[in-house]
Design a protein around this ligand. Structure first.
Ligand code: GLN
Length: 235
């Protein structure tokens, strides 16, 4: 039986607004296709991290990001090598911010990220809270939905590009119309929800990148009905 290894990064610290549901979506959509799935929690103090096919990190408050920022620095080279060999990464909100170069909170010192993405984040004066609809050219249907709750404003550079453009909501920074980021197989988004269960087509997009083959379609009637009920939902 084919096996996929998923590394869940710092779930005891960054796992807000149901972000752990993204792990369940990845797991079940692989198991429904006959894959064996191994999920490893990677926590503070874990020194030896071995290779995984997919890495996931959720969102959290500034306080938890401080601890994870320090811990991630110990493994920056490892994760950079993982990115460059093609592993799939998904970071949500606070975790996404730490995939960039840094996150500068309102108070205190700059939190270093691990620069998997050419991006940086600075805390804004307004908190963005509400439903989000994104138009994307990565998948069909060409919409992504979720909700956002962040004050961080994220700006992208170089070959790091948005995963889509905002239709409803604020996204990366509320000013350039972008949402999320992608470089190689590293993805970040501000969409909580959980994000993946509401966007089964994007889940499969990530899974196909991880396993390197097309996956058999599933009956996603219920999931897509839930997705469509949120498209263009008022902020
Ligand atoms: N603390 C970060 C911010 O406010 C991330 C919040 C989150 O993960 N929801 O921007």
């Amino acid at each position: 039986m084919k096996e996929v290894k998923i590394g869940h990064l710092y779930p005891k610290l960054l796992n807000i607004y149901g972000d752990g549901g993204n792990i369940l979506a990845l797991k079940k959509r692989l198991e429904w296709r006959g894959y064996n799935v191994v999920i490893d929690e990677i926590n503070v103090g874990d020194e030896n991290i071995y290779e995984h096919d997919i890495y996931f990190i959720g969102g959290g408050q500034d306080l938890q990001q401080i601890e994870v920022s320090k811990e991630l620095q110990k493994h920056k080279d490892f994760f950079t090598n993982e990115r460059d060999r093609g592993a799939v990464f998904l970071g949500i909100c606070g975790g996404y911010q730490l995939f960039g170069h840094y996150y500068q909170p309102h108070n205190g010192e700059k939190l270093l990220g691990i620069s998997l993405l050419d991006a940086y984040t600075i805390a804004g004066n307004k908190r963005f809270i509400g439903n989000v609809t994104v138009k994307t050219d990565l998948v069909e249907p060409n919409t992504l939905v979720g909700f956002e709750n962040h004050s961080g404003l994220t700006y992208l550079s170089g070959e790091t590009k948005p995963i889509g453009n905002i239709v409803v909501g604020n996204g990366n920074n509320g000013s350039d119309g972008s949402e999320g980021a992608r470089y190689k197989n590293v993805f970040g988004t501000y969409l909580h929800g959980s994000f993946l269960p509401k966007n089964p087509h994007f889940t499969d997009y990530l899974l196909e990148l991880a396993v390197g083959e097309k996956l058999e379609p599933l009956n996603d009637e219920t999931e897509i009905c839930a997705h469509n009920s949120l498209v263009n939902k008022a902020y």
